[in-house]
Design a binder for this molecule. Sequence first.
Ligand SMILES: Nc1nc2c(ncn2[C@@H]2O[C@H](COP(=O)(O)OP(=O)(O)OP(=O)(O)O)[C@@H](O)[C@H]2O)c(=O)[nH]1
Length: 370
Amino acid sequence: MTQAQDPDERYVRIAVMIMLALTLFASACATLIHWLAPIHRMMDLVVPPAFCVLSVGLITALVRRPDWVLGIVRIDLLAAGVALAAPAWLYTLQATLTPGMQLIDILPPVSSLFVVFLAMLMIFVPGRLAFLVAALSWVLIALPVLVYLLLHGREMWSPRGRDLLMAYGPASIMVVVLLPVQRALVGKIRRLALERDRMEVMLRRDPLTGVQSRLLGEQMLRQVLSERIPAGLIMLDLDKFKAINDTHGHPMGDKVLQAVADACRGLLRAGKTISRWGGEEFLVIVPNVDAPGLQRVAERLRLAIADLSVAPVGQVTASLGATLLQSWDDQETVLQRADQALYRAKEQGGNQVVAVPAPIAAGTTPQQTN
Ligand SMILES: Nc1nc2c(ncn2[C@@H]2O[C@H](COP(=O)(O)OP(=O)(O)OP(=O)(O)O)[C@@H](O)[C@H]2O)c(=O)[nH]1
């Protein structure tokens, strides 16, 4: 079975694959140039083909074992560090010790690769270690070249010398300073996204009872109305809840609300939803239902609540007002009808269901059960 991939990880793998492919291309070009050049230097003949072989190996490893991506990048970075440090030291020493030889003539054009190398370090090496490795790399790769140039003013002020000075000096420092800022920004964006997801969950769920929030309930009601789904609405209100709070305390009242919400949620299946509408009032939306079906659902809810026994409160009862949605209804009219039905159920003593038909049948006597 294939596992769902984190999009970030997929993006990193693609980026690493592109980087390895470009390294392979660049080292293949460098191999060709050095082998065809009139003057052959040992290091130029060895390092680029070695990098070709390494890149092919790492690409194969990444294709076969995508989960090794970080290890593969680190091997590549280590090899790149060695490949950048070796010519820096070797050619600097050679130019210093050989009269008439200039570093700007013999150093391969790798100064821009050093900047890329630093960028990769800052991306793939975690935390403070990135700064340590970047500083060490700068000492091992850039420092010998910079010291040489400072001691050879004429070479330093040549176009190549100034280019080396810029790449190994300000450009590399800018990369090391700017990338952590970007990393911090990415971290902040991730934290904000998590916070937004948390807020969204909070807005959609009632924190006390765990059922849908009123906000989500209203949204679902609007959707049912706009899609003209044949549905029914039940407004449910606990009876004499104030007395429970007054006698047993607010925390016990909370427990009763939770028990009622759990019992209702356990009963409601197949697209039916329950939202906490306010204090001790809940709204149930029942899709694809007719009048007798809605009555049955409401009655089941009433009985489930009446069967609850929350010690030390004892029996809890609820009044329920039910109505079917009509094609001409909007949120206000249908809620008004459900409220009317609930009001009648309360008026008639509570612990009962009253179903109010749509206005077209306004003359009809409301059905009532208990
Ligand atoms: N424990 C608790 N009580 C709440 C919460 N929200 C509202 N209430 C209380 O619910 C009570 C509702 O009182 P009323 O509106 O008089 O309703 P009732 O006592 O059930 O009366 P009837 O509906 O007429 O049967 C008030 O005392 C509110 O303080 C809540 O989240 N937790």
